[in-house]
Structure formats: structure tokens, C-alpha cells
Design a protein. Structure first.
Lengths: 110, 116
């Protein structure tokens, strides 16, 4: 069954700290993996996209990694800011399917 | 270049009424996707359309739900005879090419449907 599992479900960290969010998937065949940020009451916004041959992609303070062999991805956030408080969604695409994870809810405390 | 525009932002309907949700994709985008999101749940794919064609409606409930993307005008997600379980946030996304390529997907701000 094609699934995308994210962990943790929620995370609370202090402003300025780093954190890492995890995504495991069983989607096959695989086309690409994306990370989205979704602010409360808004639509998701794309952060990174990686294909099978890419194992890391950065976007400012966001760095995503991909291990296509173990079917795992992580999103690392460096020097967190209050504006990073949001849900982070892992999305895995195949040729004819798009599977969304349930997201990790991140809270940044001042 | 305006982003993906959805309206209304909030829609309240009584049970049995019809709900019409509109989505105008980004300029130059001919691929539209509709998703439903329940509280504390991930986005669930509903339907994928190109201009005048439904490409994949595998996520659409078999009854009461329909979608269109006419040659002119916005894409419409229509829910007939709404029930309380239809209450959710409905998001529209668009892209220039099919999402399974490396094309970026742009989302609207969603329509929050509340059924009384």
C-alpha cells in the first residue's frame, strides 16, 4: 500500500534551535519527494523537491535529505524563527499518484 | 502574476444545500488539482483536471461531488445535498505540467466549508 508516514506528529522547540523532521514512504514507483510548509489557514507552499538521484536540497535555512534506498527523507531547519511555526508536509509522487503525509506540526517558542 | 485564487474563503451551508467552490489557477497553468483536508489530517487528493478534461477523479466520492474546468473561467468543485461530513477545508492547486514531473505545485488559500 502506498503510504507516507511523518514523525513526530508535533514538535515544540525554542527559537534559535535546530530541528529535524522525518518522512518514511512506501510509494512505488517513485518520481519525486517534496516538502511543503503550511501556515494555519493557508495553502501549502513548496520548500524543496528531490528526485531519485538527489540526496540533498537546500532552501535557505531548510535542508532536505533523501535516501531512496531506505525510502526515508528528513527536513532540517536551522536556527529556527517564530515564523517557522507551521505544519510541514512530506509529499511523494509516482507516475500516476500523489501521496500526502499528515504533516508535522512545529511550534517555535520565543 | 496573481497566485492561485480560491473563493469564497469561507462558505456556510445547511444540510441539503449545494456548495460551489471556485478556483482560478495561476496564469499559464492548465493543470488543476482539488484536495480536501480535515482537521488534524493530511490533504486527500480528490480530482485532477486539465482544461475541459477530467484526468483522474479517483479521490472523488461517487455521489454528490463533481468537478469541472471549462475552457473559459475557473475550475468549479460542486457538492450537492451537503452533509455535515462534508465540512472541511478544500484546497485547489495548479501547475504548468503534470505534478508527477518536477513541476512545482502552487496552492490556493483554500475554502473552508462548514455545514450546519
Amino acid at each position: 500500500k502506498n503510504q507516507v508516514e511523518q514523525s513526530p506528529q508535533s514538535l515544540i522547540i525554542l527559537e534559535g534551535k535546530n530541528c529535524t523532521l522525518q518522512c518514511n514512504y512506501t510509494v512505488s514507483p517513485f518520481s519525486n519527494l517534496r516538502w511543503y510548509k503550511q501556515d494555519t489557514g493557508r495553502g501549502p507552499v513548496s520548500l524543496t523537491i528531490m528526485t531519485f538521484s538527489e540526496n540533498t536540497k537546500s532552501n535557505g535555512r531548510y535542508t532536505a535529505t533523501l535516501d531512496a534506498d531506505t525510502k526515508q527523507s528528513s527536513l532540517h531547519i536551522t536556527a529556527s524563527q517564530l515564523s517557522d511555526s507551521a505544519s510541514y508536509i512530506c509529499v511523494v509522487s509516482g507516475p500516476d499518484k500523489i501521496i500526502f503525509g499528515k504533516g508535522t506540526r512545529l511550534h517555535i517558542l520565543p | 502574476n496573481a497566485g492561485v485564487m480560491q473563493n469564497p474563503r469561507h462558505l456556510v451551508r445547511r444540510r441539503g444545500q449545494e456548495a460551489r467552490l471556485r478556483c482560478s489557477p495561476m496564469k499559464g497553468h492548465s493543470h488543476v488539482y482539488w484536495y480536501r483536508q480535515l482537521p488534524e489530517e493530511g490533504l486527500k487528493f480528490m480530482v485532477y483536471l486539465q482544461k475541459e478534461n477530467i484526468i483522474d477523479e479517483s479521490g472523488m466520492p461517487k455521489e454528490r461531488f463533481s468537478a469541472e474546468f471549462p475552457k473559459e473561467g475557473p475550475s468549479i468543485l460542486r457538492i450537492q445535498q451537503v452533509v455535515r461530513g462534508d465540512s472541511a477545508a478544500y484546497f485547489c492547486a495548479s501547475s504548468r505540467q503534470e505534478h508527477s514531473t518536477n513541476e512545482k505545485l502552487f496552492f490556493g488559500s483554500g475554502t473552508q466549508l462548514s455545514v450546519l
